[in-house]
Design a protein around this ligand. Structure first.
Ligand code: HEM
Length: 368
């Protein structure tokens, strides 16, 4: 049965992307700024962490389950073949320095799916992984890569400085965020600056924020709690007072007892004016195109974070939206900048930590 979406999803077309002449220069400046963050934290911590999303709170293994009865619009790319695909999930927070969790910032979810078949993007032809890299808010903090560069330069200037001040600012911003929410909004600018409420990360919904190709169509991608035990954690306050690793402890505690299930959802672009490809700061209206479930992620009870997993997943892996099938090509200015930035920064980590920057062929290659 076809989907009943009115208007119908627009078809992917190369002309949806508009490439600016100075994009290579912007991408290089992003790499230079991210390298500055990495060099500062390397000097202080003696280890090359991610330039952003350095701290991991959950390092999980599970399965992506693609059902066999999807309507034709949803049976695209990876989702065209029903099956159970092994995956690794990394939960993180945004800063490039490893901060006390009371400096509350947006959270990330990165997923690497294994044993994926089909034509691939240039640069990863020999691989068999599909990554999705998301944050717990529907829109990106900047419309394009160039505007993001300006705010990244500000963040870079505060790396490793004044953790106490960051805690204070974060507390103030959390208050401001509540005021905005009371009026029915959500400010990603405030969240990015530290206004993230102190809640359980396993109740959060994650978004690609920026579009990607979905076979014949264009979508934004999202992962949301589905099993009642995760849904129950949505907006559940988490006391992080004097618990510098409180988010991670809550994840470990949950998966020591039980598993969890998330739904994987896509939001089709049905109107390129209202749902722009090149402006990442615009929220695609859900009343005009709702998120629709396409698959499930099932994660069993397990040790959710330990040193072996940290070494194997934090240090050994790179999650990158360009590790992908051609059918899931990232789209828009922000995505194009990520193509070179993630590769360069993963190489920086590998160089300084003495690891090899190569993509695993199977989940069994990870030492978990
Ligand atoms: C131009 C814009 C962006 C740039 C330059 C950028 C850059 C980076 C870099 C360099 C890393 C670390 C890569 C590594 O060392 O392996 C990273 C990680 C990450 N980014 Fe971005 N990013 C951008 C936009 C986004 C967007 C739009 C999202 C999600 C909505 C996002 C979510 C994440 C997450 C969750 C991680 C951690 C991935 C992991 O667990 O390994 N980023 N980003």
């Amino acid at each position: 049965m076809p989907l009943s979406l009115h208007p119908a999803p627009i078809r992917f077309d190369e002309s949806l992307e508009v490439i600016e002449p100075d994009e290579a220069q912007t991408a290089q400046s992003l790499i230079d700024t991210l390298t500055g963050i990495n060099e500062t934290t390397l000097r202080h911590e003696g280890h090359a962490n991610r330039a952003v999303h350095a701290k991991s709170h959950g390092l999980l293994t599970g399965e992506l389950i693609v059902p066999g009865d999807l309507p034709p619009e949803l049976a695209q790319g990876l989702f065209a073949t029903p099956g159970h695909y092994p995956l690794v999930m990394r939960l993180s927070t945004v800063p490039g320095d490893i901060l006390d969790d009371s400096v509350s910032t947006p959270r990330g979810m990165a997923i690497k799916i294994f044993d994926v078949k089909g034509p691939r993007l240039p640069g990863c032809e020999g691989d068999s992984t599909q990554d999705f890299v998301m944050v717990n808010g529907p829109t990106f903090s900047a419309p394009d890569a160039k505007k993001f560069l300006s705010s990244l330069k500000l963040v870079a200037a505060t790396t490793d400085k004044a953790e106490g001040a960051k805690k204070a600012i974060s507390a103030v911003l959390r208050g401001a965020e509540k005021v905005i929410e009371a009026f029915g909004g959500k400010s990603s600018t405030l969240l990015a600056l530290g206004g993230q409420p102190e809640t359980h990360i396993l109740g959060d919904t994650f978004f690609s924020q920026v579009p990607l190709r979905f076979g014949d169509y264009v979508v934004k991608f999202s992962v949301a709690p589905a099993s009642p035990n995760l849904v129950r954690l949505t907006d559940l306050p988490l006391d992080l007072h004097d618990r510098p690793n409180g988010i991670r402890e809550a994840v470990i505690e949950h998966f020591a007892r039980e598993g969890g299930e998330w739904e994987v959802r896509v939001q089709f672009c049905t109107d390129p004016e209202a749902m722009p490809i090149e402006d990442a700061s615009v929220s695609w209206p859900q009343e005009r195109s709702p998120y629709i479930e396409v698959a499930r992620i099932v994660v069993p009870a397990q040790p959710a974070w330990n040193e072996a997993r940290r070494a194997s997943i934090d240090d050994g892996l790179s999650f990158n939206p360009w590790h992908a099938l051609a059918a899931h090509r990232p789209l828009g200015s922000v995505m194009r900048a990520r193509r070179v930035a993630y590769k360069a920064m993963a190489a920086f980590r590998a160089r300084h930590n003495g690891t090899a920057p190569c993509e695993p062929k199977s989940i069994d290659d990870l030492n978990l």
